[in-house]
Design a protein around this ligand. Structure first.
Ligand code: F6P
Length: 752
């Protein structure tokens, strides 16, 4: 409001000054004009009278003089005439004037002395009067003076009228100015400013949750440049706020995200400096020989992928079967070797198995019996007594080795992995009731009916229940396990706590969805070094001529649905021939358990399927499937993950499947589509994958088609959400949850 008042006052003052100046000027001009007009008229009249009056004065004809004076005294505006003698005294005068004229009349005296006419305004009888006096001459001599008295009050009236008119004009101007100023100021200044202020307040305060307001600054012509600046500022504010919120979120997440360092600290606090003991059949680093050259490889499979990063930061002991043909050459006198070779961080203690033991325990009972028993893939489990004997024997062997390692440890924490070592928990607990033992089962657990075909079901269950904690990937497997225990063992199942109590010992059953290191697959450094498009490089290196790339990474196992996947690719090309010559699927398949006939046959089936699909569609330059049958390093696999348009995980049954999570972790470009089996545990978490039934070839073919045509935006939104899931539920969190749960079990929960 202040600005409006100031503006109005200034404008009114300016107008007042201008009006006053013009009025003065006008009045002055008018006054001079009227005065000269009066003077002219009076002088003409005076001149016309002058001669005759001079003569009459000379001849002293008073009556005649009086008559003339009276006659002329009646003219319009002429008040009267007076004639003076040489002393300035009145000879004759219009009677009404007489009282107002002093004698001698100074003007008459002066005009006679100067011998020239003079004029002036004078108050005569209370009236403004114009007096024109001139000398009278007779025979060249002054003989008196004559004065004409004109009414000049009309000049004053006229001048007052001018002032009045100008004052009214000024008032009208003032009103108009006030009105126009108020309207213009409100319309063009205070209104827009108020709206901008309101808009800025909303942008500044939390009302602008979306940041859209920053782009919607109110309009206002004369404030255009200010608005422009304000809009920039608002946008910057919105961006800054978004960034601050993102930073806050990230820092909150960083605080809540599990990382290697956080796990390290956590373990230190949780274990109080104690070592971690991990036991599995498969070793994390395997030494093999090619000629005289010894190589160290990382065996394919989720267990190693998941647990190696955990052990690297815990500096514990990993006890595993030394299965590599150069393993014995690389251990010390205590069968130990520090790994990883390039940057030793923990100890690998190898357990040696004879060929018979390996055959009976690993190939036989574990992989021909337990593996198909737990995976519902319509592959019959085979249970042989001799395999069972070896299974028990090898579990005892592992127990013996482990007990030696933990002999001097008080309440050691032991993490046993997988179906190869189902008897180990009880074997350890029998000897070391103070040990905290957790068993993590990396494969599915079937329903009681399916499990019921195992001839040694009770022994297996009792062995497992020796653990204080039994973990599965998903709750469904926990439920199946509790159902199975309920069915086959004398025990108390607590469905609220998810625990089993038997002979005074309680086992907690809990789900721990395993994962990957996430950051370990976001290999920015390697990505940076790959100058040029990665896909073209891979195509060149593998001799592929295509535009689109699909990838599959598997141990060659009948649970992975590999032939089904290839048949889906065949069906896809059948339905969409426009992709012939365009799309190639690269299968990175690591041979596995090849001594088992089923696996041997599977390899043949996979190769045959590849051949038949390729034969149908291949051209001179191009083929639909490239099967790279070999053990591939993480780095090699990672490059394919990053270059692929789609990744297919088509397990017929799978505990978790870490390939799915590895692929998601590798895609920091948020590109690529994951096609994921509904029968893999990962499908519970990665709901933004295209979830398929691997038995439904038609559905899989359609999913391939949909993935290849998916809008980039949808792809990146899905990938971003999946990455968030894996980032948050990474392997460090898995390890922290599992280890914390095991370490915090109360003494009454464990031990006999
Ligand atoms: O998926 C089950 C599992 O035991 C994994 O834990 C492991 O990584 C994989 O199979 C490999 O099996 P193997 O040790 O027989 O090669």
């Amino acid at each position: 409001m202040k600005i409006t008042v100031r503006l109005i006052v200034s404008l009114v003052l300016a107008v007042a000054m201008v009006t006053a100046a013009f009025s003065f000027y006008q009045v002055d001009r008018e006054k001079s004009r009227m005065a000269s007009d009066l003077e002219l008229r009076t002088s003409i009249l005076a001149d016309s009278l002058r001669g005759s009056v001079a003569r009459l004065v000379k001849e002293d004809l008073s009556a005649r003089l009086k008559w003339i004076v009276e006659r002329f005294g009646n003219r319009k505006r002429l008040e009267g005439v007076a004639v003076f003698d040489m002393e300035g005294n009145i000879i004759t005068v219009t009677p009404e004037l007489k009282p107002g004229i002093p004698q001698p009349f100074p003007e008459a005296v002066k005009t006679m002395l100067d011998n020239s006419p003079s004029s002036r305004l004078m108050d005569i009888n209370g009236k403004e009067t114009y007096i024109y006096v001139l000398p009278l001459m007779a025979n060249g001599k002054i003989n008196g003076a004559m004065a004409l008295f004109n009414d000049a009050s009309y000049i004053d009236l006229r001048l007052k009228e001018i002032w009045k008119t100008n004052l009214i004009r000024f008032l009208i101007y003032t009103m108009l100015i006030v009105l126009i100023t108020l309207v213009v100021v409100r319309w063009s200044i205070t209104g827009p400013i108020a709206r901008i202020a309101q808009w800025m307040r909303e942008v500044r305060t939390d009302k602008d949750k979306t940041g859209h307001l920053a782009h919607q600054c109110p309009r206002g012509d004369i404030l255009a440049s200010l608005i422009n600046e304000a809009t920039h500022m608002a946008k910057s504010l919105a961006t800054a706020r978004a960034k601050a919120e993102e930073a806050a979120k990230l820092s909150f997440k960083a605080a809540s995200l599990w990382s290697a360092n956080r796990l390290k600290e956590h373990m230190r606090a949780e274990l109080g400096g104690k070592k971690l003991f991990l036991v599995s059949n498969r070793e994390p680093y395997m030494h093999t020989k090619t000629g005289h050259e010894v190589r160290c490889i990382v065996p394919a499979g989720g267990l190693v992928t998941a647990l190696d990063p955990v052990m690297r930061i815990c500096d514990g002991l990993w006890l595993a079967h030394g299965g590599g043909d150069a393993d014995r050459e690389t251990v010390d006198a205590f069968d130990k070797v520090r790994v990883p070779p390039e940057d030793p961080a923990y100890t690998l203690r190898r357990v040696w198995l004879s060929k018979e033991e390996e055959k009976g325990y690993y190939y036989g009972f574990s992989n021909e019996g337990m593996w198909p028993l737990c995976h519902i893939t319509h592959t019959r489990p085979v249970f042989r007594l001799e395999d069972w004997v070896y299974y028990q024997k090898v579990n005892e062997k592992f127990a013996e080795a482990l007990l030696k390692e933990i002999a001097d440890q008080e309440s050691p924490l032991v993490l046993i992995q997988d179906y190869h070592l189902a008897l180990l928990p009880l074997l350890v607990k029998e000897k070391r009731p103070d040990a905290r033992v957790a068993l993590f089962w990396h494969i599915p657990w079937p329903n009681p009916e399916a499990f019921g075909i195992c001839p040694w079901q009770q022994e297996i269950l009792m062995g497992m229940l020796g653990a204080d904690l039994v973990g599965f990937h998903i709750q469904y497997h926990c439920n199946n396990f509790l159902d199975t225990v309920d069915r086959f063992l004398e025990s108390k199942t607590d469905w609220e706590q998810f625990s089993v109590s038997r002979s005074g010992h309680t086992t907690l059953v809990k789900s721990f969805p395993i994962s990957v290191g996430f950051e370990n697959f976001t290999d920015r450094e390697t990505a940076r070094q790959e100058n040029g498009p990665l896909r073209e490089r891979l195509f060149r290196e593998t001799g592929v001529h295509a535009r689109l790339l699909g990838v599959g990474v598997d141990r060659i196992d009948y649970t992975k649905g590999i032939p089904e996947r290839f048949r889906a690719i065949e069906r896809f090309l059948d339905k969409h021939p426009e992709f012939v010559g365009e799309f190639t699927f690269v299968e990175l398949g690591a041979p596995s358990r090849t001594h088992i006939k089923k696996y041997h046959d599977l390899m043949a089936e996979v190769e045959e399927t590849v051949e038949s699909v390729n034969w149908r569609f291949q051209t001179k330059q191009w083929r639909p499937i490239l099967f790279l049958k070999a053990h591939h390093s993480h780095e090699e696999i990672s490059r394919f993950y990053r270059a692929a348009d789609i990744c297919m995980v088509t397990s017929l049954h799978d505990g978790m499947n870490l390939v799915a999570k590895e692929f998601v972790s590798a895609r920091d470009d948020e590109d690529g589509v994951l096609i994921l089996s509904q029968f893999a545990g990962a499908s519970r978490e990665l709901t933004d994958a295209l979830i398929i039934n691997p038995y439904d070839i038609e559905e899989m073919a359609d999913a391939i088609y949909r993935s290849l045509l998916m809008e980039p935006r949808e792809k990146s939104e899905r990938m971003a959400r999946m990455r968030q899931v894996v980032r948050e539920n990474n392997i460090y969190r898995w390890a922290a949850d599992l280890i914390t749960a095991a370490a915090r079990l109360r003494p009454s929960d464990g031990g006999e």
